[in-house]
Design a protein around this ligand. Structure first.
Ligand code: SF4
Ligand code: MG
Length: 323
C-alpha cells in the first residue's frame, strides 16, 4: 500500500448535521504510519462519531480530515473510492457488519473487487483470499461458509481479512473486541498488533475499555462530551494521568496493574447532554476539583511535555490539585 504519513483530524473540530450524533469539538490529532492511536471514553463521548466521520460513514458538515495533507471531509462517494483502498473500517459487531447471505470468500473479496474493476483472474483472487484467511487464522475451507457458521472471534477475523484485502494504510476500528469474551479479546488484539508490525498499518482504535487500550495502543486520546481532554503516549498516560477525568477512569479500572500510590477519584453524577454543554470546562459538573474558574473559562488543551497534552486549569494552578 501507499504511505500514510499523517492522518490529521480537526482544527476546531468538525460538526455533523444529525442532531442525534452530537458535535465533536476541538478534536485534533494525527496518526503516523504504524501507530496505534486509541480514543477512549464513556459511551456518548463522541469517539464513535470521530471514527465514523474519519471513515466517512458520516459526512461532517465542517472541519477537516486530512490524509497526507488531502482534506477528505467533504468528498463525495466517487472521490472516496480511491481513499477506501487506504482506509478501511472494522466494527464492534462483526455479525451485523457481515452480509449473512454472502459466503466468506465474497465478503472478504468485496472491497478488493470494488477497487479493481478491471477483469480479474478469478484464480488469482481466490488465492489472495485464501492467503488472507490464513493470515488471520482461518483456513481455505472456511471460504465457502456463511457468517452464522462462525464464532464471534472468527467473525471478527473475517472482518479483519476483509479490511486487509485492499492493503490499507489505516484501519479505523470501532470497539472491535467489546462484543467478545475476554479470552478471545486478547487473541484478536494480538492479531491486530501482528498485522500492524507486518504491514506497517496504522489503527485508530475506539474503545471504552482502558485495559484493552493499555494492551494495544501506542498513544491515547481521552474523550469527554466531544472534547479530547487529555492525550499522551500510552505509557505516559497510564503512569502519570493528569486530567481528573482520566484519573477517575483509571481509578475505576482494577484490571490495570495498580500504581503504588494509586489514587481514588470517584465520578458522581451523569454525563450531561451534549446538546446542553456546561459553560467553561465540559467536565466541571462531575469534577471533584472544580472551582469558579472552571465555570467561567474553557481550558485549552496544552502541551506539558513528553507528548502529553491536558485540558484542565489545574495545570496552571497545581496547588488546587489535592485529592
Ligand atoms: Fe476539573 Fe476544572 Fe480541570 Fe475541568 S478545568 S477538569 S472542572 S479542575
Ligand atoms: Mg460507540
Amino acid at each position: 500500500g501507499g504511505i500514510l504519513d499523517r492522518l490529521r483530524v480537526g482544527r476546531g473540530g468538525f460538526k455533523l448535521d444529525n442532531p442525534v450524533v452530537h458535535a465533536v469539538n476541538g478534536v485534533s490529532f494525527s496518526i503516523a504510519q504504524g501507530e496505534i492511536m486509541a480514543l477512549v471514553g464513556e459511551s456518548g463521548c463522541g469517539k464513535s462519531t470521530v471514527a465514523k466521520s474519519i471513515a466517512r460513514i458520516y459526512k461532517p458538515t465542517g472541519g477537516e480530515v486530512r490524509i497526507d495533507g488531502e482534506d477528505i471531509a467533504q468528498y463525495g462517494f466517487a472521490d472516496m473510492l480511491p481513499i477506501r483502498s487506504r482506509m478501511q473500517m472494522i466494527f464492534q459487531d462483526p455479525y451485523a457488519s457481515l452480509n449473512p447471505r454472502q459466503r466468506v470468500r465474497d465478503i472478504v473479496a468485496e472491497p478488493l473487487l470494488e477497487q479493481r474493476k478491471e477483469a480479474r483472474d478469478r484464480g488469482a483472487v481466490r488465492d489472495e483470499i485464501a492467503a488472507l484467511l490464513a493470515r488471520v487464522g482461518l483456513n481455505a475451507e472456511h471460504a465457502g461458509r456463511y457468517p452464522h457458521q462462525f464464532s464471534g472471534g472468527q467473525r471478527q477475523r473475517i472482518g479483519i481479512a476483509r479490511a486487509l484485502s485492499v492493503r490499507p494504510d489505516l484501519i479505523v476500528a470501532d470497539e472491535p473486541v467489546s462484543a467478545l469474551d475476554v479470552s478471545i479479546q486478547a487473541q484478536i488484539l494480538n492479531l491486530m498488533k501482528d498485522l500492524r508490525d507486518e504491514f506497517g498499518l496504522a489503527y485508530l482504535f475506539i474503545s471504552h475499555d482502558l485495559s484493552v487500550v493499555h494492551h494495544i495502543a501506542d498513544s491515547v486520546g481521552v474523550m469527554y462530551l466531544g472534547f479530547i481532554v487529555e492525550k499522551a503516549p500510552r505509557d505516559v498516560l497510564f503512569a502519570r494521568p493528569r486530567h481528573p477525568y482520566t484519573r477517575a477512569l483509571l481509578s475505576a479500572a482494577p484490571s490495570i496493574k495498580p500504581k503504588r500510590d494509586k489514587e481514588e477519584i470517584t465520578l458522581s453524577g451523569e454525563v450531561p447532554s451534549a446538546l446542553a454543554l456546561p459553560s467553561g470546562c465540559c467536565f466541571r459538573t462531575r469534577c471533584p476539583f472544580a472551582w469558579d474558574r472552571c465555570a467561567a473559562e474553557r481550558p485549552a488543551l496544552q502541551d506539558i511535555g513528553d507528548g502529553q497534552a491536558v485540558a484542565c486549569h489545574l495545570i496552571d494552578e497545581p496547588e488546587r490539585d489535592t485529592a
